[in-house]
Design a protein. Structure first.
Length: 267
């Protein structure tokens, strides 16, 4: 079974094998990687984490779990420019550095194994975690609690002082949504690393994992443009046009399509 098929098969399990699915995403970019080896590394990490947790009810162990990971030197990757490895879970396990979403996926898997209730929250710009029913969120990079004020400040640091916090920013998300966000992160990081073929794999996975949005088709169209594949670029522009609700953007997309149609591919 190829890595993409293995990833999708993990999502068909009940409950979905989220962490293993994310490892198969890493294997898609690193053919030598064996997810089973990384799961054995995780077994050892689980023992280390468990030994350092206080004797508390499971409902109260999410924050101590995250703090224990910080004690074991798991932190947000601050390299600039950020490399694609920051989103690949095997690298996160080995280097103990990663994006907030990658660290959250690790924490969610450890919480599942240890019977600690924990959910992912697809907060804009910085993935967060929450204990079901709690009045706060948790930063996967440090374990810090974030109440409404801190969430609003985080949003404004990411997107500017006029950004408004909404209830949709604080909702828990499912396994497919997390892997789709991981794939979008990788798509962007591979583009920044000037690796359009790797970015194309991520862009295709985004479309497979859930309902695509306008930006997903536009992103893949840009990749096809870099790869000089006008027929494939045309397909995504047409899909983007169907999803577009902004008249000005619809006009721009129509103009791009007319230009492509007037310059047929030679291959």
């Amino acid at each position: 079974m190829d890595p993409r098929a293995a990833c999708l098969a993990c999502l068909q399990q009940q409950p979905p094998a989220l962490f293993e699915a994310a490892l198969w995403i890493a294997a898609e970019h690193q053919p030598h990687l064996q997810p089973a080896d990384m799961l054995r590394v995780l077994d050892h990490l689980q023992q280390q984490v468990h030994q350092g947790l206080p004797q508390l009810p499971a409902q109260e162990l999410a924050q101590p779990l995250l703090r224990r990971l910080s004690e074991l030197d798991f932190h947000e990757d601050d390299d600039y420019p950020l490399r694609p490895q920051a989103a690949l879970l095997d690298w996160v396990l080995r280097r103990r550095r990663g994006q907030p979403l990658s660290l959250a996926l690790l924490a969610l898997e450890l919480a599942r194994r240890l019977g600690i209730p924990l959910q992912g929250v697809s907060f804009p710009g910085h993935f967060l975690l929450r204990v079901p029913g709690a009045d706060h969120l948790l930063d996967p990079c440090s374990g810090r609690r974030l109440y409404t004020r801190e969430c609003r400040e985080l949003l404004q640091r990411q997107f500017g002082p006029n950004s408004e916090l909404s209830a949709s920013h604080l909702q828990a998300c499912d396994a497919r949504s997390m892997l789709q966000r991981l794939s979008r992160n990788l798509r962007q990081l591979h583009l920044q690393a000037d690796d359009p073929l790797a970015a194309l794999r991520d862009a295709e996975r985004v479309l497979q994992l859930g309902d695509p949005i306008l930006q997903d088709h536009l992103a893949r169209a840009e990749i096809y443009q870099q790869l000089d594949c006008p027929q494939a670029e045309r397909f995504d522009l047409q899909r983007a046009l169907l999803l577009c609700e902004d008249p000005a953007q619809c006009l721009q997309l129509s103009q791009r399509l007319r230009l492509l149609n007037s310059n047929p591919a030679l291959h």
